[in-house]
Design a protein around this ligand. Sequence first.
Ligand SMILES: *[C@@H]1O[C@H](CO)[C@@H](O)[C@H](O)[C@H]1NC(C)=O
Ligand SMILES: *[C@@H]1O[C@H](CO)[C@@H](O)[C@H](O)[C@H]1NC(C)=O
Ligand SMILES: *[C@@H]1O[C@H](CO)[C@@H](O)[C@H](O)[C@H]1NC(C)=O
Length: 391
Amino acid sequence: MNSISTTIILLVSLPASLFVLHTRSEDAKLNFTELGMKYGHSVEEHDVVTEDGYILTLFHIPGDTKGPLLLMHGLFDSADTFIIRGNLSFIITLANKGYDVWAGNTRGNKYGRRHKYLDPDAGPKFWDFSFHEAGYYDLAALIDFILESTGEQSIKTIGHSQGTAIHFVLLSTRPEYNEKIKGFIALAPIAFLNNLIPPVSTVAKKWQVINKFLKASGMDELLRDHSAALDLIQLLCSQGLIGYDVCYVLISSPIFGFDPERIEPDFWEVIMGHFPTSTSRRSLVHFAQVSDKKRFAQYDYGTVRNFREYKQLIPPSYNLEKVTTKISLIAGENDNLSRLKDVDILRTVLPKEPKYHVMEPILWNHVDFTCANDMDVYLYPYIFSSLQDFE
Ligand SMILES: *[C@@H]1O[C@H](CO)[C@@H](O)[C@H](O)[C@H]1NC(C)=O
Ligand SMILES: *[C@@H]1O[C@H](CO)[C@@H](O)[C@H](O)[C@H]1NC(C)=O
Ligand SMILES: *[C@@H]1O[C@H](CO)[C@@H](O)[C@H](O)[C@H]1NC(C)=O
């Protein structure tokens, strides 16, 4: 073969092989609504506007046998997390059983990057929020929208990670929502972060330096979707076993826990099509503050703005005494973000004793709660029994 024909073959086959690589897993590319269709359900998309003007996509798969059920995702995540396992996923499983399923999004993620008059691409104003606002405004607006459109008095909810923290924020700061939430299942519960371990705890302790750096670099939004950097990360992390070994084993596992049997390489590619998604610098910093100060408290702006916002120099703690709705906490021993010791603190502070379950498989961790390939065996039985208890 002469060099000209080799060159031609290379030129023709290189883009083709890249194309094949990129499209290996179809589910990595489909959005929530398209995934719903693929797995047999038509999805409604609603725009919910919060009191302070953020516009959030709320997905709905109508069902008529049981009352409304809302699912709320974690940090750097979106409603997608509950559907990317397809037939095995929370959303499809619940929809198949006839539940009236709703999946919300919080401000700043790819389905919540809109506002009535603030432009997310024009400076820091849009991004001036943490998980506090996601609880106080977003969760409240989503619940009210669902109650209004269904005519129901109350709703059942499921949260994962930050999706649980926003519940504790809302239920403690606007206690009237205890009446509107009939029962709440907390997967990988996050409130106290007193017992984090390295590498996460090491980074959290440096929140002041990190915050200053990000702020000075103009990074009020983190991990913007379709930014050149995030596209490159997601592309590299999707490349077969190398992407898996580097991104899942070396980078993700020290943070979320390691469980290769439940997150297999092919599915890791699907995750990389949906995660991470954008959030604000302040959301991340707020969690770091909670960990560093060992207090589940509001955002620390520094004394001057603290006084303006709170009329006191130190941010107030969330008063969990006010959280009176029925709660089911489900935790994993190998979850290094929602640590059992911290869930124990939460259990002692909640005024009504919650139902509590520690997952049986020893490697069960933070990601497994929405993505494990055997959720139907190990997790869903507790979900359905908790939902039953809320009746
Ligand atoms: C999902 O993709 C479809 C196109 O296939 C589009 O019509 C729809 O608006 C998308 N939904 C969201 C929320 O982006
Ligand atoms: C999902 O499950 C249904 C019912 O078991 C089946 O008919 C369908 O082919 C499955 N869908 C996919 C995409 O695997
Ligand atoms: C999670 O923490 C435990 C100690 O509690 C440790 O043995 C384990 O290696 C950690 N997992 C990861 C992936 O770092």
